[in-house]
Design a protein around this ligand. Structure first.
Ligand code: FPP
Length: 239
């Protein structure tokens, strides 16, 4: 089971309270901790969180700097807890535009947690699905253009380790209903659940509700529904 989340609404959460947007991200980081724990408890195998899109570089530099500080702090403070709880960390996306010090912290966090077998937690940072698709296509030579080969190259260009399969459930908080360049290939047959709560307000109960909604969905992958049980034939009796 692979769940991906677009954690939207930190800025609006803060603005509604007359606070600085960066405060919304700080409270959002607390939600990340709670939802990661809930995911590990509920037996989800892979959780991918959209932390920073490649388009987010266009935000004010103070907001970008504050987000980068939060990622650094999160990786440093959570590694021990991840090891303890069997959580494997992986940061997906480009690394060449990140501060080299943050890249070192990412690599160390990935190394230290590599044995985690309970949950793979992937944070998407400087991530763009379209850029990843273009790069993976360039790596895939003519004559090797199978889906499997392409997926392998997609994993390579995004530093996805372990290489991860398709998304089963995509949740977006914050009331918007779009994918925003997130896991476009991997979401081919994802079930989409949109919730109105802003990310800082998204709690274990809301997460459980999204998982229940997923369970109610019928996944057909382009095929037809499994045949319903044959109707009971009630023999006609002579009256
Ligand atoms: C989108 O909300 C959220 C982000 C661009 C950043 C997500 C970051 C966090 C949840 C906190 C830190 C994360 C980790 C992994 C420690 P927005 O700012 O676009 O909100 P808005 O749509 O209301 O403006």
């Amino acid at each position: 089971m692979h769940v991906a989340i677009i954690m939207d609404g930190n800025g609006r959460w803060a603005e509604r309270r007359g606070l600085n947007r960066t405060l919304g991200h700080q409270v959002g980081a607390r939600t990340v901790r709670r939802i990661v724990e809930a995911a590990a408890r509920s037996g989800i195998e892979v959780l991918t969180l959209y932390a920073f899109s490649s388009d987010n570089w266009s935000r004010p530099s103070t907001e970008v700097a504050s987000l980068m500080r939060l990622f650094r702090r999160y990786l440093q403070s959570e590694v021990a807890r991840c090891v303890e709880n069997g959580i494997r960390l992986n940061v997906i996306g480009r690394r060449d535009r990140l501060d080299p010090d943050l890249v070192r912290i990412i690599e160390q966090a990935e190394r230290v947690t590599a044995e985690g077998a309970r949950l793979t937690l992937r944070l998407a940072v400087d991530y763009s699905a379209r850029d990843a698709i273009v790069s993976a296509a360039a790596l895939t030579p003519v004559g090797h253009r199978s889906r499997d080969e392409f997926a392998k190259n997609l994993a390579a260009v995004t530093h996805s380790s372990p290489a991860v399969s398709l998304v089963d459930l995509l949740i977006r908080t914050g009331g918007e209903r779009r994918l925003s360049d997130f896991l476009l290939w991997e979401c081919a047959y994802a079930e989409l659940v949109f919730v109105d709560q802003y990310w800082p307000d998204f709690d274990e109960a809301a997460f459980a509700a999204a998982l229940r909604e997923f369970e109610r969905r019928e996944r057909r992958y382009g095929s037809v529904a499994a045949s319903p049980p044959a109707p009971q034939v009630v023999p006609l009796v002579n009256r």
